[in-house]
Each structure stands twice: as C-alpha cells, then as structure tokens.
Design a protein around this ligand. Structure first.
Ligand SMILES: [Zn+2]
Length: 383
C-alpha cells in the first residue's frame, strides 16, 4: 500500500512520513478509527514505507523487493494477527490458520470491517461467533519474536482489531508492547479503542484516523463513478464506511431505491394492508443478505431522522428532497417510545439476517410488529 493510494488524511500521512524520515519511530502505535476508515491502509503504508529500499521524500517506491512483498501482505517480517473463529476443522485457532483467507479479504477491500471479516466465514460460523484473538496467539507471537528478523530492518507485528484479545492475551503481550525486541514494532489497528485495556492504551502511541469526507469518497472512486450528492447519501447511510460503500457499489446495491422500499413499507404497515405487505415481503426476500441488511440500516436511519425532525432543528437532518417530503408526513407517527422499540427490532433483525434467518418469516413478522409500533400512541404530547 502506497500513501498516495489512500485518499484524505493528508496531515496524518505527512506526520507518519516525517516520523520515519527523522527516525522518530515509535515501537508501539495504535491506529484508531471507525469501521471503514483508513486505519489499516495507513498502518500498512507506514509499515511498507519503513522498510522500502528506495523510498522518496513522500512515499515508498512501490517496486523494490520489500515493497512488492508488502504489497501482497506476504513479507516474511510482516506478522499479521487477526480475530479468528473456531470451525469444524480448527478447534484451537490462531491467525496463521486463516491468514490466507484474510489476505484475500483485505486485498479485495482494504476498508473491510471486522463484521465483514466474520461474515466472510458464512455458514462455517454456525454458532454466531464474533471472532477472537485466543491465548495461543500470544504464545505464537512470543515464539516468532524470539527469532531474528528475516530480512527487514523493521519487523512489523500488525494486530488487526486488538479489541478482540481477551484479558489473558492482553496481559501476555503487555511487556512486549513496552519493550519489543530490537527492530520490532507493533502496529495495532482498532475500530473500538474503548474496549482496549487502559494498561494497553497507556503503552501505545495513539494515532486517530479521521472519517472520510464526502469529497474523499468521490476522489476515491472518481467522479465518473460517483457524484458528490450520491457520495453524501452513501456516507450518511454507512456512517462514512468506505468498505461498505465499496461493497454497495460493487454489488450495484447503490442502484436500489431504498427510499421507495421504505416509504412503501411504511404506507402498507400503516394501512395494515396484509396482502400488500405479503407481496412486499416476497420481493425483499428474493434479494441477498447484504441488500436486506442495507435496507434495515436505512430504516434505522429514517427512524432517527424522524426523531430529529420532531425534536431538533431541521439543519441536523441528513435527508434529500424526497426523504424530507416523506418525513414531514410520516414523523408524527414516530415518537420517543416507539422509536426505541422499532430501532431495537430492526437491529435484532440485522443480527438475525446475519445468522441466516429465514428472510420471508423475518420480514413478515417484522412488518406485523411495525403495524403495532406505528399504532402506539405517545403518552405525552410534543411540540
Ligand atoms: Zn520500495
């Protein structure tokens, strides 16, 4: 990964490059940013830059033997640690068991999230595991670091999603973070730093990664692929998650008219049109799991917009014209009591879809719940 391949984050890139050039290399750093931000890409670009045999003032060369190996994540001095699952074949999993699978996942989408990684296990993950870094991993790291570097000046141990380390692993690694062997640096890449132990955080230099802006997103895909207006919509929908946006565009889910799906659904449930609901459910059930999840995320967003419309300033709304017109009519049916129930139910449905629930049954049941929720009268008046 070259720095120039990563959009935005310009001052941070400069800071990382300067640190290497001035030989102020911190031995344990935490790249912290939201799901779908540039944190992993930046950590990899940094690791590559550190070891490039012919780096320029602003980037790695991209073609030396070290760069080529970093580029496909196969450098022998790049040790990757990732959350893994127990499967039928592997009962005591460590990263090395799944690293090929992870490389493919990441090279395909550098902004892929922990959820995306876990989802990639599909039906292999029958018990709904969330992924973990198990204690054998700590032993593995200790073992690897007891050997000399193969060829690189800086051996890099990159721990992706260290928030999935349990207490035992964390404690076993504390000393290493504090005093790594010579020529070894730790790069931890997290999407949830609040779940790391304070004793870990205090041993790391934290680098905060900014969210991608709508302009960044347009620059990433090119303005032929994405208009600024569309980028803004996708940014709102995904919470600035470039990994999700990539997926949406690849799957052409961006072409889906989520607004129509949602407004039709609300109209049908409000009118208690069971036949209409049933047709709507049939239609949605035919789509893939990702599309169904996208729809549910969109529904959560619209409920939130209704609340904002009811209680706060319109300037906080993240809606386009059609959505706004719909909100003015629909938001009186959403209030503080039913919004919580609706959002919880929608979130529960996303989890169920991820566990391969039957979509037809799920969306029909969800629709009937919505009928009930929309009819709940608020207990006290607003406005
Ligand atoms: Zn190079």
């Amino acid at each position: 990964m070259l720095f120039k391949e990563i959009i935005g984050n310009n001052s941070l890139k400069k800071q990382l490059i300067e640190a290497v050039r001035n030989n102020r290399i911190s031995h344990a750093q935490l790249f912290s940013g939201k799901s779908g931000s540039a944190k992993l890409a930046l950590a990899l670009a940094y690791a590559q830059f550190l070891n490039c045999e012919n780096r320029s003032a602003v980037d790695s060369c991209g073609i030396c033997s070290s760069c080529l190996k970093f580029n496909n994540l196969s450098h022998p001095d790049l040790h990757l640690v990732i959350p893994v699952l127990k499967t039928k074949e592997v009962q005591k999993p460590v990263s090395d068991h799944f690293i090929g699978q992870w490389r493919n996942f990441i090279i395909n989408n550098y902004y892929g999230s922990l959820n995306g990684w876990i989802d990639s296990f599909g039906t292999e993950n029958k018990s709904g595991q969330q992924g973990a870094i198990y204690k054998d991993e700590a032993n593995n790291i200790h073992k690897k670091l007891s050997l000399k570097n193969y060829e690189a000046e800086y051996r890099v141990v990159l721990i992706w999603m260290p928030e999935r380390m349990n207490l035992e692993v964390s404690n076993k690694l504390l000393k290493l973070f504090e005093e790594p062997p010579k020529g070894t640096i730790f790069l931890l890449v997290t999407e949830n730093a609040t779940r790391l132990l304070p004793t870990i955080i205090s041993r790391l230099q934290t680098i905060k990664i900014a969210d991608f802006t709508s302009e960044d997103i347009v620059n990433h895909f090119g303005d032929k692929v994405l208009s600024l207006e569309k980028a803004k919509q996708l940014r709102n929908l995904t919470n600035a998650d470039l990994g999700k946006i990539t997926q949406i565009l690849e799957d052409k889910e961006g072409e889906l008219d989520l607004f129509t799906d949602f407004s039709v659904w609300m109209r049908l449930t409000y009118k208690m049109d069971v036949q209409g609901i049933s047709k709507w459910v049939d239609n949605l059930s035919l789509r893939g799991r990702k599309q169904q999840n996208l729809f549910l995320s969109y529904a959560i967003k619209m409920v939130r917009e209704c609340l904002i419309y009811n209680f706060a300033s319109n300037t906080l709304l993240k809606t386009n014209e059609n959505e706004f017109a719909f909100l003015t009519k629909f938001s009186p049916f959403i209030h503080e009591e039913n919004s919580v129930m609706i959002t919880e139910k929608l979130e529960e449905s996303i989890r169920a879809i991820n566990r391969n629930a039957n979509a037809k049954i799920l969306f029909f049941e969800l629709s009937l719940q919505m009928v009930k929720f929309l009819r709940l009268k608020r207990k006290f008046a607003i406005k």
